[in-house]
Design a binder for this molecule. Structure first.
Ligand code: S3P
Length: 447
């Protein structure tokens, strides 16, 4: 079985760089790319997707949709064309669905399989095979699907779907867009109304795109600010042309780089500005970061802007835990910004970071220690005392533990380090941002 865990590690040393200048574009949004492929594959007729992220995670989703009967093709001009099978039309995959490193593919696809009369085996790399799946198998089990998981409720995991599935009303016990989306996707082929109750708002790309494809979906916010998201199935989805905006989670690395590398003045074009994703910008602005939104517009139903980011003297803050869901993937690189700020930055409410591609609190704490940063690891956050704009010591090697965002965060730390930062493995970057190293080189002159 080809696991990306089997790859040979690609170590790399990142040294000080010139200022980041000019204009760059980051690749398409990962969350939106997964959803665009899945929903297109559930339409009868042709959908076209431009700006799709061509990272390993999204390619795992494309391969899975093909294995379940959709025709998914990349044209020479980089446009993706999908001829779907219709809601209810997914076919039995002939072999295991290999998910690589991708939690989003795994959890959302489990939702799709759950309400189809098919059986699918999900496998993944060493990182994904450690991540919790009960958070999706519990609600999908209530809908009637059956699961045979490895000990600890992890992959490899067999899903036996059911049709018709049973509609449920489910209150999310953890703030997770993946769990919400898995249930909403299962609801598409479930007769009756399925409701997800979301006490803490998470990214709403699924809701937006489901509506765009014509699903019968309503969102009501009650007096306590709790969202009730209902889908009445079975739904008939209509093929769409989708333009995927740039990924704010990929832009994050360049936002922080431009803030901390002296003299930088960088424009990052076409960045998704959905408010459920922009917590990092808010927090960096609170720390004194100069980030301007230019040319605000709408792309593919999502707000987008060009960001002008200038080198700034950052100061430490206490991050309000309420903002965590809107920057949940950005904490690794945020910790690098905190390491360069003056004073102390305190974070809390970050329990979910322990079950990402790696335990991101532990991995970041060990890595920051290895490059000379003063950091305290708490149960649900890190406390970081910054350098106040002075270069970091550097060193390493930093262990990335199959986590793309750890590798990219320490690449950025290297840009402001005295001795350079040695990253033990940059190969995982290909899961979400295949051109990262080339883009970093072109915007900084770094090697
Ligand atoms: C994602 C949701 C988040 C995020 C992940 C992508 C999505 O995960 O960390 O990178 O596309 O729905 P959780 O739902 O586990 O918070």
């Amino acid at each position: 079985m080809a696991h990306s865990a089997d790859h040979a590690p690609v170590p790399c040393r990142f040294g000080t760089s010139a200022a980041l200048t000019g204009a760059i574009r980051v690749p398409g949004d990962k969350s939106i790319s997964h959803r665009a492929l899945m929903l297109s594959a559930l339409c009868v007729g042709r959908s076209r997707i431009t700006g799709l992220l061509e990272g390993e995670d999204v390619l795992a989703t494309a391969a899975a949709m093909r294995a379940m009967g959709a025709d998914v093709v990349r044209d020479d001009d980089g446009v993706w064309t999908v001829h779907g099978v219709g809601v209810g039309g997914l076919m039995q995959p002939p072999q295991a669905l290999e998910m690589g490193n991708s939690g989003t593919s795994t959890r959302l696809l489990m939702g799709l399989v759950a309400s189809h009369p098919i059986t699918a085996m999900f496998t993944g790399d060493a990182s994904l095979s450690r991540r919790p799946m009960a958070r999706v198998t519990d609600p999908l089990g209530e809908m009637g699907a059956q699961f045979n998981a490895s000990p600890g409720g992890t992959l490899p995991l067999m899903v036996r779907g059911i049709s018709p599935a049973v509609p449920i009303s489910y209150r999310l016990p953890v703030a997770s867009a993946q769990v919400k989306s898995a249930i909403l996707l299962a609801a598409l082929n479930t007769p009756g109304t399925t409701t997800v109750i979301e006490p803490v708002a998470t990214r709403d790309h699924s809701e937006k795109m489901l509506k765009g494809f014509g699903a019968d979906l309503t969102v009501e916010t009650d007096a306590d600010g709790v969202r009730h998201i209902s889908v009445t199935g079975p739904c008939d989805l209509k093929p769409q042309n989708i333009e995927v905006p740039g990924d704010p989670s990929s832009a994050a690395f360049f936002i922080v780089a431009a803030l901390i590398v002296p003299g930088s003045d960088l424009v990052i074009e076409n960045v998704g500005m959905n408010v459920t994703r922009t917590g990092l910008i808010t927090v960096l602005e609170q720390m004194g970061g100069r980030i301007e939104r230019l040319n605000e517009r709408t792309v593919g139903g999502e707000p987008v802007a060009d960001l002008r980011v200038r080198a700034s003297a950052l100061h430490g803050i206490t991050v309000d835990p309420a903002i965590v869901p809107s920057m949940v993937d950005e904490f690794p690189v945020f910790f690098v910004a905190a390491a360069c700020a003056s004073g102390t930055t305190v974070t809390s409410g970050l329990d979910e970071l322990r079950v990402k591609e790696s335990d991101r609190l532990a991995t970041m704490a060990r890595g920051l220690e290895a490059i000379g940063v003063s950091v305290k690891e708490c149960e649900d956050g890190l406390v970081i005392t910054g350098s106040g704009g002075v270069t970091l010591r550097g060193g390493g090697p930093v262990a990335t533990l199959l986590d793309h965002r750890i590798a990219m965060s320490f690449a950025i730390a290297g840009l402001v380090s005295q001795d350079g930062v040695e990253v033990d493995d940059t190969a995982p970057i290909a899961t979400s941002f295949p051109d990262f190293l080339a883009l970093l080189e072109s915007s900084t002159g770094a090697t």
